[in-house]
Design a protein around this ligand. Structure first.
Ligand code: AN0
Ligand code: CP
Length: 320
């Protein structure tokens, strides 16, 4: 594997999950693979889990990890080519990226959708600039349209807890006061479809996701109907995707909050969320604190997904 930005990059999912379980069982078995190698983690947006779990994964493989928060101490970066740079941005991304590439062996990048231009977001302009100009393998730590390290950890978690070969997994939209990217739900849908689970998505009208990510998933506008018989409930808020409402919050309807009454409609489903989560907007206190809540093991599996991905990248570098 060279870069890791989407489900296709990981190849066969069963093999990837098997390898992830091995990494989980024996995390220090490959602790010299990354000797004298450095991972640079670049954050254009905030993070708790990704920042810590990806560093931990690199350290488990014997790498060094360095972190740059672009908005805290680095020069403000111009991203448009052809701009006369007489404003407040002293450095261009087209110099910054190869310079960052010169200081490391593997690069992780976090940059959310900006919601300024749908086409720019969905073309993954920034992530692709890193791939084109850094000269190093690039790992998406949540880009504009996907969050593959999260989705891989979600898949590992479902594989650990599922009671049937093909569980019924339901992604539900939930209310939130701010406009959030579609990266987590897009990516989750992409991985659930690839895993060939019985997968459904439920959301209010107007919150339709990009059909390229929805794929063959069933879309159900009645949340209670969607919950019936579910084995896993995966909650997430996202802003509208449609052209005329892109990046907008259309509803904060708390009737969509995941609560005990709705969880009672499921097949004693596990509750999942990528975190950070706003309690009593997305999910009630009692559901997130219930024994069916997987949010902490799910977050813990972020080390496992990151370590499996970085391990594969390092192994591929050795072969060159
Ligand atoms: C981000 C999002 O919704 O994409 C990160 C989630 C991992 N969440 C927030 O900004 C609250
Ligand atoms: N789930 C996740 O990616 O969390 P952070 O935004 O804290 O990294």
């Amino acid at each position: 594997m060279k870069h890791f930005t989407c489900v296709q990059d990981i190849g066969n999912l069963q093999e990837a999950v098997k390898e992830a379980f091995e990494v989980k069982r024996t995390p220090f078995r490959w602790d010299t693979l990354g000797k004298n190698k450095t991972m640079l983690l670049i954050f254009f947006d905030s993070s708790l889990r990704t920042r810590l779990s990806t560093q931990r994964a690199a350290l488990n493989l014997g790498m060094s990890a360095i972190v740059l928060d672009v908005n805290q101490g680095a020069w403000k970066l111009e991203t448009e080519r052809g701009v006369i740079m007489d404003g407040d941005k002293p450095e261009h991304i087209l110099e910054a990226i190869p310079v960052m590439g010169a200081y490391c062996d593997v690069i992780g990048v976090r940059s959310f959708a900006r919601f300024e231009c749908k086409e720019t977001d969905y073309r993954e302009v920034l992530l692709n600039q890193f791939i084109a100009h850094s000269g190093k393998p690039v790992v998406s730590m949540e880009a504009a349209t996907r969050h593959p390290l999260q989705s891989f950890a979600d898949l590992i978690t479902i594989e650990e807890y599922k009671k049937t070969a093909r569980p019924r997994v339901v992604l539900t939209w939930a209310p939130h006061p701010r406009a959030l990217p579609q990266a987590v739900p897009n990516s989750f849908a992409e991985w659930m479809n690839a895993a060939e689970y019985d997968f459904a998505i439920t959301h209010p009208e107007g919150y339709e996701l990009d059909p390229a990510f929805v794929g063959c998933a069933k879309v159900e506008y009645d949340q209670r109907k969607a919950f019936a018989g579910a084995d896993f409930i995966y909650a997430k808020s996202w802003a509208a995707y449609a052209d005329d409402a892109y990046g907008k919050v259309l509803s904060q309807d708390r009737d969509w909050t995941v609560d005990a009454e709705k969880m009672a409609l499921t097949n004693n489903a596990y509750f999942m969320h990528c975190l950070p989560v706003r309690r009593n907007m997305i999910v009630t206190d009692d559901v997130i604190e219930s024994p069916q809540s997987l949010v902490i093991p799910e977050a813990a599996n972020r080390v496992v997904s990151a370590q499996t991905v970085i391990k594969r990248i390092l192994s591929a570098m050795k072969k060159i």
